[in-house]
Design a protein around this ligand. Sequence first.
Ligand code: ADP
Ligand code: MG
Length: 526
Amino acid sequence: RSSGEKFEFQAEVSRLMDIIINSLYSNKDIFLRELISNASDALDKIRFLALTDKDVLGEGDTAKLEIQIKLDKAKKILSIRDRGIGMTKEDLIKNLGTIAQSGTSGIGDLNLIGQFGVGFYSAYLVADYIEVISKHSDDNQHVWESKADGKFTVSEDTWNEPLGRGTEIRLHLRDDAGGYLEGSKLKDLVKRYSEFINFPIHLWASKEVETEVPVEEDESAEEESETTSTEEEKEEDAEEEDSEKKQKTKKVKETVHEWELLNDVKAMWLRSPKEVTDEEYTKFYHSLAKDFSEEKPTAWSHFNAEGDVEFKAVLYVPPKAAHDQYESYYNSNKANLKLFVRRVFISDEFDELLPKYLSFLKGLVDSDTLPLNVSREMLQQHSSLKTIKKNLIRKTLDMIRKLAEEDPDEVHDDDKKVQWKIDFPGSVIFFTDPVDEYLMQYLMDYEDKKFQNVSKEGLKVGKDSKVKELKEAFKDLTKWWKESLAGENVDDVKISNRLADTLCVVVTSKFGWSANMERIMQSQTL
Ligand code: ADP
Ligand code: MG
């Protein structure tokens, strides 16, 4: 649209789109769960705001917290609409044009793409042109549109129907993605991937219905005169004759449209643990943890705490360490438990709920005791949280103890017996993974050999005798050098024999962070 303001995607976004499209082309289905998950997040946000201000929900249909899917077979458009919080013009530019906002930013290892949430851009797996129409209460309705060609446009929306509030994503499907215009396919995908979304997902479904309509006199006479040949038809005729006395009718096929509810909105954790099957727990884990590896969680615990502090909780031990386990351990803002208060999602950033050493758990807590209509900050201070935390720890330890009894191989809880089986690539050891930096803080030696990081102080090569002489000779120079660099984060200036052709090298002090560690730490504090 010529009136729209034009923007370019951040370079990383274009790169990410390429990666998604090239590595997930055989797994296109995931786009739907990503868009539904975004819709659900947006609905969570507005519902949370409505706790303290009912008016934000609006009136009539706008107040309905739901997700709607529509198919337009003629135009080949699949649209997903939510009545969530919506996006302002600024939000559209920032959230759908830069990467810091996207859930995908943390995925360092591209092999892992597909097992975790890959976000909005996955919609380009099935669409070659996308319009995002959005209305946030702070702004007019806007349209974001892009053909994933490095550019996008944002315009004030003067031509679409007003949304009231929320977002509609219109996917103009690629030629090879026409299958997503089939209602049955979408129903199947929602069942598989989005079963546990806590808001109703409706499909504007068309179906063929047979209705009985009265037959006009001359028409029925015509039918009767037809001769029937097979046994079956004769029987049918006999049946028809029975009803004939009442009212002459005929069956006609008609296509009707109606909103069909695709998911069971009842929160899974409210059900009795006895009623929930292992398969359901596994699926719930995948949707909760956004882990689509299809692996079964190692253990889970679903319980109901009663008494002064009432809550329900489902806790999982994941099948394997999360790709960002180490980062999230050191990043206190990221908790893996979702907090609900009376079915309303409050936050997944409550680090008061579990001690750090249990940060590998995934799960949720739904409390009936915590107050609903207070700010997040006030909730964080609430005295019930301590009781909840104590309970969660006890239940978790029970779960792990039980696991140890039933399946000792799964548990490595005895420090002394922990064995490292490590395969490193290369002819020297290469440490290419972020976790290697952490590992080497604990792995001091192998057999009787000490490890020495070549980028750190203390590397010894050859004989030291000559160094001693040189140290003496250059004493004044090193002293002068050290003093001139004082205040520049330089601890010391030394003579060494580690270099061959280079004059000098900056190395890390023995207990300091290596340059690589600095980089890792920096990437965690965005
Ligand atoms: P993530 O959901 O992990 O943040 P996405 O790539 O899926 O990453 O989405 C990027 C951002 O775009 C979201 O964080 C959100 O701010 C915004 N967004 C996407 N879809 C919607 C929507 N339906 N309603 C409101 N905001 C949305
Ligand atoms: Mg998302």
